[in-house]
Design a protein around this ligand. Sequence first.
Ligand code: UN1
Length: 494
Amino acid sequence: MSHKLYKNLIGGEWVAAKTGKTFLNINPADKNDIVGEFQSSGADDVDAAVKAAEAAFKTWRIFPAPKRAEILYRTGQLLEQRKEQYAQEMTREMGKVIAETRGDVQEAIDTAYYMAGEGRRLFGQTTPSELQNKFAMSVRMPVGVCGMIAPWNFPMAIPSWKLFPALVCGNTCVIKPAEDTPLSTFNLVQTLIDAGLPKGVVNIVTGYGPDAGAPIVSHPGVRAVSFTGSSEVGRIVGQTAAANFKPCSLEMGGKNAMIVLDDANLDLALDGAVWGSFGTAGQRCTATSRIILHKKIAAEFTEKLVTRAKALKVGNGLDESIEMGPQINEQQIETSTKYSKIAQEEGAKILCGGTRLAEGPHANGTFFAPTVVAGVKPKMRIAQEEVFGPVVSLIECDSFDDALDIANSIQYGLSTALYSRDVNHAFRAMRDLEAGITYINAPTIGAEVHLPFGGVKQTGNGHREGGTGALDFYTTWKSVYVDYSDKLQRAQID
Ligand code: UN1
């Protein structure tokens, strides 16, 4: 089957990379299915994209925010019409099941409408001046050209978290989608163009991190950088941006804990555990990767979870009956395999899974069996390090205090969950779990776009996506003083 060749988007034109190189986007459920061929770009391509974005910024920044918002409203409407097609294409390029890719497109729709609403807000403050006949206010100003580096696990939702707030605030953008999932970014940006986005306001440069991502971060014309991905790469991104004092938003790993106490509704907790651990084949930064079980319910819960994990239908996510899709690529399979081995070497026990699925319907894809690891101790590597696969660790605890200590004893702090029917436990969890997100009686995944998204400790560097936090990142405050006294007035002196 012949496949389509996609080019970079620079200044509103589709252009081939100056490197002359391309790469293939392959369906992880079937390696014989080539989704498309994309440009493998380099620093020259990034430079051209940044120049186009700088040129577009001159007019976009003064285009009224409510008009910018109208483009986002239309984008939301068009995405609703195209939802099914884009979801199918996303499952083909990324693997997660069709119900989830519909959710991913829906998250972009939600972000479009939410951020469009900001076009008529973007509130600043007016405040009295200490001097007579003087007016004082603060206004949000766009930052300029924003560089964005997106991950493959939410190929449309996460680019929308970055692009839509940046755009409504008046910035122009250069985005590099993940090399495993560029098509969904193309679909998102094509929708913006069809909704009326002017040329050069969003530019796409595809390629690999060191070649196409690094020059975005270091380019002097890029005024702010937003990155979602591994902590390893995030450290390089953050250090590079810091060298030029460039604002940089990093959203990275997690080792998210779900605590199940002996007073919990166990069936509810079980549903949450299955969805949180094996949804998106565990490839969410919010995925449940540690379940901390009160010793009184541990045996019963473990047995039921293993039964549920073994029964999951793993396969091509375009089939509506499939419950878990493949891992994104061979490298992720290697990581899941490696950590299954490490867990055993550390003395933990694999109750199910732990291996690749490579027979029959799984022969052509990168499938890994849903894996439950028991007898995990809080300091083992399997309990500390992110796997990003369908591998969940079970840790027993003696009490609620013990559970909180275990939950917090990691370097990450993204998402957490408590299952309990005791309101006192619930409020203590909300206060004491060290994380950017805490769920009560719901799994660690499923954040909504109008609330802040991000984490503490090694998960991030203090910025938030979603909610009004995104506006704080994509604008800079300007304080404005208007003196209508017709004489020199000296603050702090007169
Ligand atoms: C991610 O895993 O990087 O909260 C994002 C969730 C989704 C977003 C996850 N709405 O699970």
